[in-house]
Design a protein around this ligand. Structure first.
Ligand SMILES: NC(=O)c1ccc[n+]([C@@H]2O[C@H](COP(=O)([O-])OP(=O)(O)OC[C@H]3O[C@@H](n4cnc5c(N)ncnc54)[C@H](OP(=O)(O)O)[C@@H]3O)[C@@H](O)[C@H]2O)c1
Length: 320
């Protein structure tokens, strides 16, 4: 059996997920089917999903050890540079599919095996490290704004918890789409940086100068009431995460009186990822990158995400 370096969940720790992370050797990926290929990973990026996995959320103990990581840009067997779409058809999962690192080994490794149909060409003009931000967090933000939020019908957008990977993506994309964007963050330094992206930065819970047509929610309990109060009649509140708790109190009177739509969403489709790659390349939208960390120091990337101090995406350079 061939061995490669990888970062993987070796146990679960709900309180200190960093303690459940191991960086070491794992078997080379194998191909469950003939139509799968092995990609040599050049760059990946870390998501809150990786911390949830280390806490034991969404990952069963029977699947340990599990190589983490959802995002990858790399080299296909034919030598082309590719972006990996991270969802894999998975009949054993109630959703009908799973994200790399849930049932199939993830991207924090030298190589990852994926169905050939999951490979998308890396567009000219996008670096591997920038493109590695797109398949999970940015794709989620793109679908939240476009397919779910119907942002083309909107004038104003609110993004909660603006320092996060999905949230900075939503701000950058909504600004590039020409919308008035409001964004909340608990941190004054992050508010300054979000303003530099073209949004009006606010403290959590602050009254907005206007009601918005689309709210981007990944925070959950800490911000959901503010999201409801900030929504204009017929607004869409699009939810893809609940970092600060998943059981908020919901004022149903406001939901029906204002005719609000509360929409759940997860990730996106290969077609939406292609649209996003094209949009970023054509509009020269660069992902918001907090830092690029060499794979040899990947533990630092996990620690930074866990600290809550990151602004934008933490990218892993697998060539270093
Ligand atoms: N469903 C999907 O397809 C999908 C895809 C990607 C992510 N997600 C989910 O979306 C969430 C965000 O993911 P991410 O990778 O963007 O995570 P992240 O980079 O760690 O961002 C989380 C952000 O949430 C805000 N936050 C955390 N605790 C808070 C609190 N108590 N009060 C107010 N704000 C708080 C913070 O914003 P400030 O520091 O600026 O206040 C933080 O930057 C996660 O729950 C993740 O699982 C879902």
């Amino acid at each position: 059996m061939r061995i490669m370096r990888a970062a993987f969940a070796s146990s679960f720790d709900a309180d200190n997920p960093l303690a459940a992370l191991t960086v070491g050797e794992q078997p080379e990926p194998t191909h469950p089917e003939d139509d799968w290929v092995t990609v040599q990973v050049r760059a990946s990026s870390i998501n809150h999903h990786d911390l949830w996995s280390l806490r034991g959320v969404g990952l069963g103990a029977d699947r340990l050890p599990m190589i983490l990581g959802c995002d990858a840009v790399g080299t296909a067997p034919d030598g082309t540079e590719v972006v990996v779409f991270p969802l894999v058809v998975d009949p054993g999962d109630p959703r009908g599919m799973s994200i790399l690192s849930e049932h199939f080994p993830g991207t924090f490794a030298e190589r990852v095996a994926v169905p050939r149909m999951n490979l998308l060409p890396l567009p000219a003009g996008l670096s591997a490290t920038d493109a590695a931000c797109l398949p999970t967090a940015w794709l989620t933000a793109w679908r939240m704004l476009t397919t779910k939020g119907r942002v083309d019908e909107a004038d104003a957008v609110l993004v909660q918890g603006a320092g996060g990977g999905v949230a900075t993506a939503a701000v950058a994309l909504a600004v590039a789409l020409g919308k008035r964007v409001y964004a909340t963050s608990r941190d004054a330094g992050k508010r300054e940086r979000i303003a530099q992206l073209g949004a009006t930065a606010l403290e959590p819970g602050a009254r907005l100068p206007e009601r918005v047509d689309v709210v981007i929610e990944t925070v959950g309990e800490a911000t959901f009431d503010h999201s409801l109060k900030s929504a204009a009649p017929m607004a869409r509140i699009v939810v893809s995460g609940a970092t600060a708790g998943h059981e908020p109190k919901v004022n149903l009177r406001r939901v029906f009186a204002m005719q609000l739509e509360i929409l759940g969403t997860s990730m996106g489709t290969p077609g939406e990822l292609t649209e996003l790659l094209t949009f970023c390349a054509e509009h020269e939208v660069s992902p918001v990158v907090d830092s690029v960390v060499p794979f040899s120091r990947i533990e630092e990337a996990f620690a930074r995400l866990h600290s809550g101090e990151a602004f934008g995406k933490i990218v892993i350079d697998h060539t270093a």
